[in-house]
Design a protein around this ligand. Sequence first.
Ligand SMILES: Cc1cc2nc3c(=O)[nH]c(=O)nc-3n(C[C@H](O)[C@H](O)[C@H](O)COP(=O)(O)OP(=O)(O)OC[C@H]3O[C@@H](n4cnc5c(N)ncnc54)[C@H](O)[C@@H]3O)c2cc1C
Length: 441
Amino acid sequence: MNHYQAIIIGFGKAGKTLAATLAKAGWKVAMIEQSDTMYGGTCINIGCIPTKTLVHDAEEQRDFASAMQRKSAVVGFLRDKNFHNLADLDNVDVINGRAEFVDAHTVRVVQAHDEQELYGEKIFINTGARSVFPNIPGLKTTPGVFDSTGLLNLTGLPARLGILGGGYIGVEFAAMFARFGSKVTIFEAAGEFLSREDRDIAGAVATILKDEGVELILNAQVSAVSSADGAVVLHTAEGERTADALLVASGRKPATESLQLQKAGVEVNERGAIVVNRYLRTSAENIWAMGDVTGGLQFTYMSLDDYRIVRDNLLGEGLRHTGDRQNVPYSVFMTPPLSRIGMSEAQARASGAEIQVVTMPVAAIPRARVINDTRGVLKAIVDSNTRKILGVTLLCAESHEMINIVKTVMDAGLPYTVLRDQIFTHPTMSESLNDLFTLIK
Ligand SMILES: Cc1cc2nc3c(=O)[nH]c(=O)nc-3n(C[C@H](O)[C@H](O)[C@H](O)COP(=O)(O)OP(=O)(O)OC[C@H]3O[C@@H](n4cnc5c(N)ncnc54)[C@H](O)[C@@H]3O)c2cc1C
């Protein structure tokens, strides 16, 4: 049996970064990845990179076929680069196969025609998450129904695209496919759109989507899905709706089912997520878990921060932990993107803090005129007593870059006046932060 100081299960963001760091520190490392089309993990192959490449090309009004071709080239390049980043290191064995635990130190790797067992002193689980299909009759068996991975492999643009679920992934795909020319309908079961956002922001997002031709159906109760004349039929309380393709975007859950975690003494919670402490250690003394599999926020940058915590605990001073994270921003890459950090107005009011809320239309920003996209709104919430920023939501072009500036100021504990008075280049979207915070009295 091959003996490793570290076995890493899953070629995700945390796992691949840790593998390279440990190998460079002299550890003997095995990286086990179940699919040779997933070197680099979800982000590179079926997540952030392909979707954002398509969003970019949809904005440039490239046609669907050539955008898909470019997406495949970008993904192929990065997958190969990610593979070689590890496989070319002397201390790393990249092993293709599905891993499962035999005991806390032994991992079986199941391959197409073979299997092998490996011994690991320390083991790191980074198996990510997988799409969940709600329990709707016909959903799993009807041709033309896809999860996000399936939709990214389409060979032709569907004339009509249905999207089950109006969450962030659903919104990104809706915006992107509407731009490519599909007639998009979002079927959202809840009565409220983007329930985590303030109503004025959700309303502004809905208006932009509608202006792009997206139909948004709230309180959509899809009771069954079937096939007729090569199309997907959704059976709803209001009658039948037909689409040429249906995207199921109703969430992703930790990928733990096939790992045989009980054999290693690794506990999972009721949602199948691996239970970890703030240093990302599992209930088994020699096993850690990182990334989506721990049930936290599903972002590549959270997985990367998990890596930093584990690295610090293995090779550094052991000071980092999940509790010392500050504000975590996020962006929804519709056009224009929606980005948020900190509290919404509703959360700030519920917290009991004395607050000031200011909003500004994007149409007031000179840069928005220059780039000819005046849609959206900026919103900031400031604590009236401490003068610190409690939350910012930006629905505008370049908001995915701007939000990181706000994060830096918030994490440094600086007052809002820093953004109000900062010298920013002109004409840029960032300089609108001067104007937004000037509105605070
Ligand atoms: C459509 C989509 C768009 C997204 N867009 C963004 C975005 O814009 N920005 C952002 O930050 N995040 C985005 N995300 C989320 C982001 O991709 C994930 O949070 C991130 O990739 C999770 O990384 P991870 O380290 O947990 O593991 P992953 O990258 O998910 O890697 C897990 C790996 O483990 C492998 N594996 C699983 N089980 C086994 C096993 N038993 N044996 C061996 N190998 C196994 C899998 O094949 C996979 O390669 C998006 C996700 C999706 C689906």
